[in-house]
Design a protein around this ligand. Structure first.
Ligand SMILES: NC(=O)c1ccc[n+]([C@@H]2O[C@H](COP(=O)([O-])OP(=O)(O)OC[C@H]3O[C@@H](n4cnc5c(N)ncnc54)[C@H](O)[C@@H]3O)[C@@H](O)[C@H]2O)c1
Length: 312
């Protein structure tokens, strides 16, 4: 995760410096199955990383004992176009989404942040906590989930893995009260907490929702926050967190303070004082997959992991 946070941070820097090609992702839906399907290509020039991810998010999958997010990544050599690797992208999606949360917290969370409240006890939420612990000295995490037992299971697994206190919150309010950082990584379609509960100095990272008609974060939170997105163009097209209040005419597009890349590259400030409430919304960008896939490939070659296949 530490390496992934660095790789994703570098990808956002290059994005802001114009060193990236990333066409908007192509999206299809299978509404009869609550399914979402996307194709996500990107080329990160200085990292020499060129990849395409095909990803599906089927929110009813857990009832079939299948993961919600399933993906495959194809990595090419940008010098020749040659296929370098085909890799599973499910775990990698969680890692790269965790990594972007880590990058956002590095620049936006208070440097003395120690506590976190987490909404959703699924795969993304695990990677989010892991990445947050790479950039801040987190001592105490509280997790809230609607499914009985899910938060307890998460708490047990994550406290063992990270060696910090992780407990299940009884109510959504408990997961917000006294928390320095809040992470939303659920499959909720409507806001999971109320913006008026937020205390000064909180940082929020939202990764769960990614379509125009759903959101995990309410208008009040947006209005109270320095609002940063991964990509303005994607936010204005796909993110319910922005599009729902825009449609209701309760905010204007100027509510977006900036993009994460602008902050990482020093074009804009991150957090400027301990009282500020900061909000980072990620819908997920192909550069995160591409940067992480290149990292995985290089490590696999270095350590001799993987299987050689001949497709010709
Ligand atoms: N931003 C990104 O780049 C990115 C990447 C991958 C997945 N996602 C999204 O992240 C979300 C979570 O994905 P996952 O793979 O961890 O799914 P998951 O099914 O493993 O976990 C989601 C959890 O959220 C819980 N939940 C639903 N409504 C809730 C509520 N109101 N309050 C608290 N918990 C609630 C569910 O019970 C479930 O345990 C999905 O919506 C997915 O589309 C985003």
């Amino acid at each position: 995760m530490r390496d992934a946070v660095q790789a994703v941070e570098e990808a956002f820097r290059q994005l802001a410096e114009g060193q990236v090609q990333m066409p908007p992702r192509q999206i299809m839906t299978a509404p009869e199955r609550s399914g979402w399907i996307a194709v996500m290509p990107a080329y990160i020039r200085k990292t020499k990383a060129l990849a395409t991810k095909v990803v599906t998010v089927y929110t009813r999958n857990p009832s079939l004992q299948l993961p919600t997010t399933i993906a495959t990544i194809i990595l090419n050599d940008p010098e020749t176009g040659r296929l370098l690797a085909v890799m599973d992208g499910g775990y990698l999606t969680a890692v790269r989404t965790g990594a972007v949360g880590g990058v956002a917290a590095k620049y936006l969370a208070r440097s003395d942040a120690q506590t976190v409240g987490i909404f959703g006890a699924g795969i993304q939420a695990r990677a989010q906590l892991e990445a947050l612990c790479e950039v801040r000295h987190i001592k105490d995490a509280s997790v809230y989930d609607l499914v009985p037992g899910a938060a307890e299971k998460y708490a047990e697994a994550m406290s063992t893995k990270l060696g910090i206190k992780v407990s299940a919150a009884e109510t959504s309010r408990d997961a917000v009260k006294g928390r320095d950082v809040i992470i939303t990584a659920s499959t909720a379609k409507t806001p999971v907490f109320k913006g008026r509960w937020l205390e000064p100095g909180t940082h929020i990272t939202g990764v769960g929702s990614h379509i125009a008609s759903t959101r995990e974060i309410d208008t009040e939170t947006l209005k109270r926050s320095k609002f940063v997105v991964d990509l303005r163009e994607a936010a204005e097209k796909e993110y319910g967190e922005l599009l729902i209040p825009l449609h209701e005419k309760s905010v204007t597009p100027s509510i977006i303070y900036g993009e994460l890349g602008e902050i990482v590259s020093g074009q804009k400030n991150g957090r400027t004082n301990p009282q500020e409430i900061t909000l980072f919304k990620s819908g997920g960008l192909a550069i995160q997959d591409t940067a992480t896939a290149r990292l995985v490939y290089d490590k696999a070659v270095e350590t001799g992991i993987g299987v050689n296949i001949d497709l010709q």
